[in-house]
Design a protein around this ligand. Structure first.
Ligand SMILES: [Zn+2]
Length: 450
């Protein structure tokens, strides 16, 4: 009897050390449209003409020995709106019991996906038929978000989780001429963070990130751009795995070189495939090397700050200039005039949510909102640890570009002129970086104290 108990104890110890206290589940749902849809990401109407490869939403559920499950959902979408985030998060809470702070909703910022709901609504001027195609696709997408979270939860099993980073070099800071007149050559973050979930020796989930716009393509096809190619390649390299791409802080980075123009689409697709291959190779090299084992549980916090906007144009000026403008600028002016008429003024601030997850004691994941520029990734990794901090933007709603103080002061698209496209009355004030940095510090402190 005694010897049988001893064997049982030894077997139990082996089993629990193999799982390292983690439960993980992963799932994916194909969100490729089955009908012609308007394509997202660039101003103006582009209707899809073909599908190059499927696009997906994917979910990874992680649960330590204690605590509620934490879920990261990635997508081959250009973004989500507040309306979408609220609806997806409410359903995740009510149906699956996922608290808001434990649900990270990231998007690759893919510019070859369908338009959904009211994301970047000022970019488009749709006919009733085009709007109907968008609405039909969006309605189904809500069910698919619910489905992918439910499936990942149902797939949960004991797992090991580890982290390491590689490098890939195709992201180029896309902001125009520097003060000395030379083009490009600015800040970039070439890190490729990789988090791997393993069941025994089998890789079940590969979460990997990069800080670069998914804008190798601008044609008329459904395609996941370089991130889609990378995910497809990785899932082939590791049979049975699901690869999830996380857009980090690529607000001011493009994959370069690029070729533009619908007539050059085949060449652009080959470039996207090549960038995807480079990124996949970086991930494979990380997985082949030594990775840092992560321990649970995950502690999660979420907070919200306000970002303030500079003064907007007076209503009289908007009205007098309206006849001179067309396209997206006209839609912006009309939007501002409507705001004056219905609210009496233009909103002077926007809400800015941030989530921070702490894995055990040795790994921190900072999830920012909107199109964050690279400075945020470099800054928070330098403060909280280059080797054990993951900083991603492109979560929650596609609020706007989120410039650092440096980018704001330099002016240009990501700091100044691009802000109106999101319905903001003006660029942010000079407190933008400070507001975000302070909230991240407060959230990290809460995790340290708890
Ligand atoms: Zn963008």
């Amino acid at each position: 009897m005694r010897s049988i108990s001893a064997v049982a104890v030894i077997l139990f110890c082996l089993a629990s050390s193999a799982s390292a206290g983690w439960q993980a589940g992963v799932a994916k749902v194909d969100i490729t449209p089955t009908q012609t849809v308007p394509l997202a990401g660039y101003s103006g109407t582009r209707m899809s003409q073909r599908v190059d490869h499927p696009i997906w939403i994917k979910a990874l559920v992680l649960r330590g020995d204690t605590g509620a499950p934490s879920v990261i959902v990635t997508s081959d979408l250009v973004g989500l709106s507040t309306k979408m985030v609220d609806r997806i998060a409410l359903r995740a809470l009510e149906k699956h019991g996922i608290p808001r702070e434990r649900l990270i909703l990231n998007y690759s910022h893919n510019h070859s996906c369908p338009v959904t709901e009211d994301v970047l609504w000022l970019y488009y001027d749709f006919t009733p038929e085009e709007s109907a195609a968008r609405d039909h696709y969006t309605e189904k997408l809500y069910d698919q978000y619910d489905e992918v979270i439910g499936k990942a939860l149902a797939n949960v099993e004991p797992a090991d989780v580890s982290f390491e980073q590689g490098l890939a070099g195709f992201a180029v800071n896309r902001r125009g001429a520097r003060p000395d007149g030379r083009k490009l050559g600015g800040q970039v973050d070439h890190d490729v963070p990789v988090l791997v979930g393993k069941s025994g020796e089998t890789i079940m989930a590969i979460v990997f990130g990069y800080s670069c716009h998914t804008t190798a393509l601008g044609g008329l096809s459904i395609n996941g751009d370089y991130a889609g190619f990378a995910q497809i390649e990785l899932e082939k390299s590791y049979p049975g795995s699901i690869a999830l791409f996380v857009q980090n802080c690529g607000g001011d980075a493009n994959p370069l070189p690029r070729v533009r123009g619908i007539e050059n689409d085949d060449q652009a697709i080959e470039l996207a495939r090549m960038y995807g291959h480079i990124l996949a190779e970086a991930v494979r090299q990380v997985i082949a090397g030594k990775m840092l084992p992560l321990s649970g549980p995950i502690r999660a916090v979420m907070g919200e700050t306000e970002l303030f906007l500079q003064p907007g144009m007076p209503i009289d000026e908007l009205r007098s200039r309206l006849p001179e403008v067309s396209g997206i600028t006209r839609r912006e002016y009309e939007h501002f005039i409507r705001q004056y008429q219905t609210q009496g003024n233009l909103p002077d601030r926007v809400k800015y949510p941030i989530q921070v997850w702490r894995f055990g004691t040795n790994f921190t994941w900072i999830a920012l909102t909107g199109e964050t520029v690279v400075d945020y990734s470099l800054k928070f990794k330098s403060i909280y640890g280059w080797d054990n901090t993951w900083v991603c933007g492109y979560n929650n709603n596609l609020l706007s570009y989120v410039p650092s103080l440096r980018v704001l002061n330099e002016s240009g698209y990501e700091g100044t002129t691009g802000l109106f496209e999101y319905g903001h009355r003006a660029p942010y004030t000079e407190t933008v970086e400070e507001q975000i940095t302070t909230l991240v510090a407060e959230l990290v402190k809460q995790l340290n104290v708890d």
